[in-house]
Design a protein around this ligand. Structure first.
Ligand code: HEC
Length: 146
């Protein structure tokens, strides 16, 4: 009798863990959709200016603005544009979006006045959590696969 009870109990335990495993799998596959959707939502509305405004709906980059700058009677036609970021690594992405990032300021050629003027004046600062960043990153690196 005891044996029957024990084997029944073990049986319930085993099937219980099978059920919870398939539940976990189901939740995981659902959370991939959610991660994409969540990333998309944040990309378009990240508690601040929408990323899409400057990076385009597909994160492939766009021309933000063009302006003419005149210095010492020499005129420069400058263009602020973003480049394709659909293949950016998560490491680089989180580094750039980290509000405290300490990326060294590049040294600009004196003839490259446009880059010098534009540098540091384009990307707003965002305060996004690691999870939010990973979701946006997931979204922009998976846009083309849909
Ligand atoms: C006001 C315009 C503007 C907004 C809004 C903006 N960016 Fe940018 N971003 C730029 C510019 C300009 C650059 C520099 C040019 C480039 O690297 O594409 C840049 C660069 C980047 C880069 C580095 C790309 C690379 O390969 O070096 C990443 C990543 C990035 N932005 C992500 C974002 C995300 C995510 C958001 C929203 C949370 C966002 N940006 C919002 C203008 C903007």
């Amino acid at each position: 009798m005891l044996k029957i009870i024990i084997s029944l109990f073990v049986g319930i335990l085993v099937s219980g863990s099978e059920i919870s495993q398939s539940l976990v799998k189901k939740q995981l596959s659902e959370s991939f959709i959610t991660r994409y959707e969540y990333g998309k939502m944040l990309y378009n509305n990240p508690r601040g200016i929408s990323c899409a405004k400057c990076h385009g709906d597909n994160a492939k980059g766009t021309i933000i603005s063009k302006f003419k700058h005149v210095v010492k009677e020499k005129s420069y036609n400058c263009q602020i544009r973003t480049k394709d970021m659909t293949t950016i690594s998560l490491e680089k992405f989180t580094l750039i979006l980290n509000p405290d990032n300490l990326i060294e300021k590049p040294v600009f050629d004196t003839t490259d006045l446009c880059s010098k003027m534009i540098y540091g004046n384009t990307m707003p600062k965002y305060f996004l959590t690691q999870d939010e960043l990973e979701s946006i990153h997931y979204y922009i690196t998976h846009i083309n696969q849909r």
